[in-house]
Design a protein around this ligand. Structure first.
Ligand code: GUN
Ligand code: ZN
Length: 429
């Protein structure tokens, strides 16, 4: 049966990073008609009711119906070590991350954390994530199985590392290639699941491993490739010493076949001008992880500079280097970093980054991340008055952006009134 959702509708007709807030489309009393998991129509509530009298109606009143959030860079295995105190990147990896990732050789542990993680992000209105797993193929199997059982569109890959990681958390060039290929054959394109070729970052892969994964990507260009780039200055210096022949950090990937339009680079903060030129020329995407960048002390992502070069830019929590599962909190942190750079990022841009922008960074903007006929019905419904503090501010608003901004800055999972996945409600009122 057709489902008709009524409320305020927020969607995009263009990219507000380039076209300004007018690229957004807002209806104060609109509707979304869904059938067979797909959005069939968007319009004014009264018109849709008249045109589709048989549809089952859910009226969300003054709540905002939007595309579900797309979190373009996460590490689901780090759920249990989120908010760990006192370390910067390399120490944080060695102290907290690697010991926890070691546990994912146990399929039971992997399944438990994958399930917990997906429940947490759904409660926060996130309907798609791109996750790093651990070196263990079982960590991918667990995540894909849990995502499939919830009918989620997700991206994930086995994290490959063959050096500078502890015994028990290292593979080899050959096993990284072969295990990744077997996982591609098992999961990629099955329902809503996509496999992502995932070298962790240049410091934990030998040139031979990067070469093997470059060859795999050349054989399977239908997969995305995700990794980390220029997150902290110490890390950049380490990469220079490990790859003395490379022109810069990005070149350590490019020279091994790991740069192209399907490449998704997390962080991308401390970039040389040549790296920005090359990212732009090759059509690669970068992902802004603002709560992580302040939490681990990495630096300030330069959104306006990279957007001006036409790069595709996604937004992400980077759980558990990031300090939140919420894309609302992540938008707030992006706003704060923008302020520190002298750039007051408009709420339309924040919302776009968390939905359509992230979807574009994963090359699925034609399927998810927006509300339009033909797109998959992954939706979030936002209560603009979820707490007394948010409500008292929202009630003074003169337009949708003033009404939404208090929820962006102060909202949490209490603002998530409902989530729809592939045309089905996850929680009913
Ligand atoms: N760089 C390499 N691995 C990681 C990771 O797990 N988290 C973050 N934030 N940066 C990384
Ligand atoms: Zn990361």
């Amino acid at each position: 049966m057709a489902e008709l959702l009524l409320g305020q509708i927020l969607r995009f007709g263009g990219n507000p990073l380039h076209e300004g807030p007018d690229a957004a489309r807002h209806s104060a009393r609109g509707g979304v008609l869904i059938e067979d998991g797909v959005i069939r129509a968007v319009g004014e509530a009264d018109d849709l009711r008249r045109q589709h009298p048989q549809a089952h109606v859910t009226d969300y009143g003054a709540a905002v119906i939007s595309a579900g959030f797309v979190d373009a860079h996460v590490h689901y295995p780090q759920t249990g070590i989120i908010a760990s105190w006192g370390k910067r990147l390399i120490d944080w990896l060695n102290t907290y991350t690697f010991p926890e990732e070691m546990r994912f050789g146990d399929p039971e542990h992997a399944g438990r954390i994958a399930s917990l993680y997906l429940d947490l992000v759904l409660a926060n209105g996130t309907t798609t994530v791109a996750s790093y797993c651990t070196i263990h193929p079982a960590s991918v199997d667990a995540f894909m199985a849990e995502a499939e059982s919830r009918n989620l569109r997700v991206f994930a890959g086995k994290t490959c590392m063959d050096r500078n990681a502890p015994e028990g958390l290292r593979d080899t060039p050959q096993s990284a290639h072969d295990d990744s290929l077997a996982l591609i054959e098992r999961w990629h394109g099955r329902g809503r699941l996509s496999y992502v070729i995932t070298p962790r970052f240049s410091p934990t892969s030998t040139p031979e491993q990067l070469e093997a994964l470059g060859a795999l990507w050349a054989a399977r260009p239908d997969c995305l490739m995700q990794t980390h780039l220029s997150e902290q200055t110490d890390e950049v210096a380490w990469v220079r010493s490990l790859f003395p022949e490379a022109r810069d950090y990005l070149d350590t990937y490019e020279r091994h076949g790991l740069l192209g339009p399907g490449a998704v680079f997390g962080h991308a903060i401390h970039l040389e001008p040549r790296e920005i030129d090359r990212l732009a020329e090759t059509g690669a995407a970068v992902v802004h992880c603002p709560t992580s960048n302040t939490f681990i002390g990495s630096g300030l992502f330069d959104l306006s500079r990279l957007a001006a070069r036409g790069l595709r830019i996604g937004l992400a929590t980077d759980t558990g280097g990031g300090s939140s599962f919420s894309m609302l909190r992540t938008m707030a942190a992006a706003y704060e970093i923008g302020q520190l750079r002298g750039n007051a990022i408009h709420p339309s841009v924040l919302w776009w980054l968390a939905t359509a922008g992230s979807a574009a960074s994963l090359r699925v903007a034609d399927r998810i991340g927006n509300i339009a006929p033909g797109m998959e019905a992954d939706l979030v419904v936002i209560d603009l008055e979820s707490t007394p503090a948010v409500a008292q501010r929202a009630r003074r608003a003169d337009d949708i952006w003033q009404a939404l901004f208090p929820t962006i800055m102060m909202g949490d999972d209490r603002a998530i009134r409902a989530v729809w996945i592939n045309g089905r409600p996850v929680r009913r009122d």
